[in-house]
Design a protein. Structure first.
Length: 204
């Protein structure tokens, strides 16, 4: 009896498996009800997210905590790590977020903040943005990276998560009385997060 070549046999098995999957009842296929959505308004989504960043930045410059909070979908996920490299994430209510951020909005740090944001639209209702930022005040300059996750609700883009490294140790201590004491928390007017990202840059 003539043997079927190994590669041809593998193709035969693969085709048979695929056919069996197609014939599998929907109730037995966990992916049957899922259909990846297609982007229809990516360009407009990026413009709207950039406008959201700008609105958050303006709220920071004015010290308007309520205006900033209105741009967030609570509970908001706050993610960071500490000096030991241990990552943590907590879901904050509006009250928790406002309590921690209040000192920074009462006395925003001055100086110059620059950003290099990159917005990635997952779907027309889900998106993320990474930012490489720098903050200069006199002779002092620091730089870092941050990220933000967004969701669209009722036709409006909102912040759903803020990510910035290095805040784990600071978050274990009482909130500073002013922005000049210990820097700015993720998402604050002077921080690298949503507080100013993209407002002074263009999405890539």
């Amino acid at each position: 009896m003539k043997r079927v070549p190994t590669f041809a046999a593998a193709l035969l098995v693969s085709a048979t498996t695929a056919l069996a999957a197609e014939q599998q009842p929907a109730e037995e296929n966990p992916m049957a009800a899922w259909k990846p959505p297609k982007l229809a308004h990516e360009s407009d989504d990026k413009k709207q997210i950039t406008a959201l960043f700008k609105a958050m930045e303006d709220a920071g410059k004015k010290g308007d905590l309520e205006a900033a909070a209105a741009l967030i979908d609570f509970p908001v996920l706050m993610i960071t790590d500490d000096s030991k490299g241990e990552a943590t994430g907590e879901a904050w209510t509006r009250e928790q977020w406002s309590q921690v951020m209040a000192p920074f909005y009462k006395k925003p740090m001055g100086g110059t903040v620059t950003h290099k944001p990159t917005i990635f639209v997952v779907t027309d209702s889900l998106a993320s943005a990474g930012d490489e930022w720098s903050h200069t005040m006199g002779k002092n300059k620091m730089s870092g990276r941050s990220a933000t996750l967004f969701v669209r609700k009722d036709g409006k883009w909102l912040v759903k998560a803020m990510v910035e490294g290095g805040w784990g140790d600071a978050m274990k201590q009482p909130a500073p009385g002013a922005a000049g004491e210990g820097g700015a928390a993720p998402g604050t007017p002077a921080g690298g997060g949503t507080g100013g990202a993209a407002g002074s840059g263009q999405p890539q």
